[in-house]
Design a protein around this ligand. Sequence first.
Ligand code: F6P
Length: 532
Amino acid sequence: MTKLTETPAWRALHSHRQTMSHASIAGLFEADAARFQHFSLRAGGLLLDYSKNLVNRDTMHLLAELARERGLGERMRELFNGGKINLTENRAVLHTALRGEQPVFVDGVDVMPQVRAALDHMQSFSDGVRAGRICGQGGRYTDVIHIGIGGSHLGPMLATRALAPYADGPSVHFASNIDMAALQRTLAPLNPATTLVIVVSKTFTTSETLANAKSVRDWLTRALGATAAQQLVAVSANTGRAAEFGVAAERIFPFWDWVGGRYSLWSAVGLPIALAVGMDRFRAMLRGAHEMDEHFRNAAFEKSMPVLLALIGIWYNNFFGAASHAVLPYDESLALLPAFLQQLDMESCGKSVCADGSPVDCDTGMIIWGAAGTDAQHSFFQLLHQGTRLVPTDFIAACQPHHTVESHHAILMANFFAQTAALMNGAPFADNPHERFPGNRPSNSLLIDRLTPHSLGQLLALYEHKVFAQSVIWGINAFDQPGVELGKKLAARILPDLDDNAPVSGYDASTNGLIDFYKANREAQFRERGPQ
Ligand code: F6P
């Protein structure tokens, strides 16, 4: 494949960038009274306004041309049709089938019957728990603990939090970090006899999840004895390991190697969502995501919301040197969205070799960060407005809140509108240099009619496809994560070295020094008996 930076569209974008050097977003609005109409679009329950970007029609045309030259259309067909586009792992990538309807074949086998069977299993289990037909030792389940990490944690936690206004099932808690303090805090108020424990791990080998799961199983066994298994459920692509852990066969929910961890909330990994809000709403979330899939599949690039977000991101990343991108939900219930997108985007696009193993020839994944507004305005917005760095932003809000206190929502939305306008217009001519705002700082605005299961599905699928489209243009594999393995291996090597108090010598001098310092300074009970 031709190097990205040598493609005609890239070169054309490079010269176009020079012509945009003196343009301002505010100036582009002056030149086009209908700019909002020209640079905004609706898909399902979402409105994307991308008019507050340093782009004109030529920019968008050239960027779309780049997507065409990089074969985005063809790659999309492969994605949806079960092609093994995860080349390094030789796997299909079919999170879209989890919310699809049409047959999709992997190695000649239609995956849809398994997908439907898994959804039916989720339905009967979650209906049973919510109705009190499926019980724990102490009767009806009042609480659920979901144990997982990364892709087996962030999506379900985000969706459960986002859909809290619909929650009418047991209370759902999440435990991911290996820090025992976090687990103890989660367990403290819970009654083991009425708590359902879901262990979620695609591989069932992740050390943090297994250690947390063992500690929670001990907690159950201490309280309930040998029948603690009645409280346990597992979700995994490695059903054998889940059974070895002690989960009854009928309580193991499978998923498949063609579902990437960070794309897995649509599978049984989303079981806590179904327990919290009911399976009908979980299915509504799938339908919303499917609607976005269909939009992505069918819309022209210039009218495709995920493609537009991808192209605008590439414009700033590769032609303006912007290294980071801020995600700013003006909605507390989406406060975990930046964390979810950090994994989705940075694990997918944080690559420096192309899918064929050759080095990339430009910057790839951006650093994703952010927090909920208006809180964020009072922490890092200073840098967005007056700092030296260009940080493109996504502002996200719902027109209709789930509460009825109009005055609060009006203040929230006024701040949303004000911030995007202030970033764009600035106050470049203020006399006092400290009060000068350069402006010309770009933002996308995403307005959701109302944050429902359906629109949440659309929103998350929108970002999944944005990330995919960027990965195709950069020529990288969005579906592996070899970069997280080295540290995991090294931790496994270091762990036995913490068993005694002898000085270590097998690492670099800094690491040796840190380990020895820790051993000398850890709590006395650890020093005497080694870690428990
Ligand atoms: O450490 C990264 C990772 O492999 C993620 O990609 C994945 O989502 C997470 O760990 C958890 O993996 P598993 O579901 O296999 O426990």
